[in-house]
Design a protein around this ligand. Structure first.
Ligand code: AKB
Length: 314
């Protein structure tokens, strides 16, 4: 569909979500209408137009948007929960300032639509941890979570004040085989598959009973596109939508992997990421996403494990 009237810019296209989203957006709009950008070049993005972009450089961003007549931006560049705690001031700067640049593009009518991901990290230790509702106590305890919560408020403010069409999902941990995770607390749930296939053993940085909300990447990408393609009037939340896929702890995913690799062994050495995981919900209530724009997940734990093990090539 290279005659599409939409021109899509992906910021942070080389990351875990970006690589998979670029592929699906290319199928819908045509690769010639996808401008993939990242701080450094990535051979995996060679099918699209590529621009080197530092998301903090507003002039560079505006120049790319004008040059390619961009209509929509998927802004994915961010420092996640674990790396954010190692470099808090930079995490705050990157996560907030880059969002302002994109929101301003829409405010000034250079672009028509924005996708910006939030996270379950917006919740904190005082949030109810089971079946966490859309609207609840939110006192995040990581810089990443604080930046995502602030970002949600700004998105809603730009929507009300300037009618900016910004849409967002609070992603749980994302698990896929096409791209590697980068610096999150939920990353163990991807690493475990590679280690199971390579070494038949895995040392987990979270304890065996630490349950967290998770989702297969295919479900997450489908949700993102369904949200972006929903008619405007169906989008009733302009902060960010709760989204639930599945929920499990390290012991449960290890048991499921053992059904395929019977001599797989897991052991546990919790590190600083344990405290982050302990402050997050164990499961998510996403009633609003289901009611407003029809969300439904496909992957449960057995399907997810079978899918990962059959696709990962060691
Ligand atoms: C992280 O672990 O930081 C991310 C997230 C849940 O947003 N995967």
């Amino acid at each position: 569909m290279s005659n599409s009237t939409e021109k899509i810019l992906i910021i942070g296209a080389g990351g875990q979500i970006g690589l998979e989203l670029a592929f699906e957006l290319g199928k819908i709009y045509g690769n010639a209408n996808i401008v993939a950008s990242d701080i450094k070049e990535n051979t995996a993005l060679s099918s699209y137009i590529f621009e080197t972009l530092d998301a903090l450089n507003k002039d560079q961003l505006f120049a790319i948007v004008k040059k390619h007549k961009i209509t929509q931006v998927y802004h994915l560049a961010a420092l996640l929960s674990a790396t954010g705690e190692q470099n808090p001031m930079f995490a705050w700067k990157l996560n907030m300032e880059s969002l302002f640049h994109v929101l301003d593009l829409a405010k000034e009518k250079h672009i028509q639509k924005i996708y910006w991901p939030s996270s379950i990290a917006v919740f904190g230790p005082t949030t109810p941890r089971l079946n966490t509702p859309q609207f609840t106590v939110m006192e995040p305890s990581t810089i990443y979570g604080i930046s995502k919560q602030a970002g949600e408020r700004w998105c809603e403010w730009y929507f009300h004040k300037y009618n900016v069409d910004v849409r967002s999902i609070r992603y749980p941990g994302l698990i896929g085989w096409k791209s590697a995770p980068g610096g999150g607390t939920t990353d163990y749930a991807v690493h475990i598959f590679y280690e199971a296939l390579k070494n038949k053993s895995y040392t987990c940085f979270l304890s065996e009973t630490t349950a967290l909300p998770m989702m297969h990447m295919e479900d997450a990408i489908r949700a993102t596109l369904e949200l972006m393609h929903s008619p405007n009037e169906k989008i009733k939340i302009r902060g960010s939508y709760n989204l639930s896929g599945l929920s499990f702890n390290p012991k449960q995913i290890a048991e499921e992997i053992k059904k395929h690799i019977p001599d797989f062994k897991i052991n546990y050495q919790p590190d600083f990421r344990q405290a982050i995981a302990d402050s997050w919900p164990q499961s998510i209530n996403d009633l609003e996403a289901r009611e407003h724009w029809g969300w439904k997940e496909y992957y449960d734990l057995p399907k997810l494990v079978a899918n990962m093990l059959s696709h990962i090539k060691i």
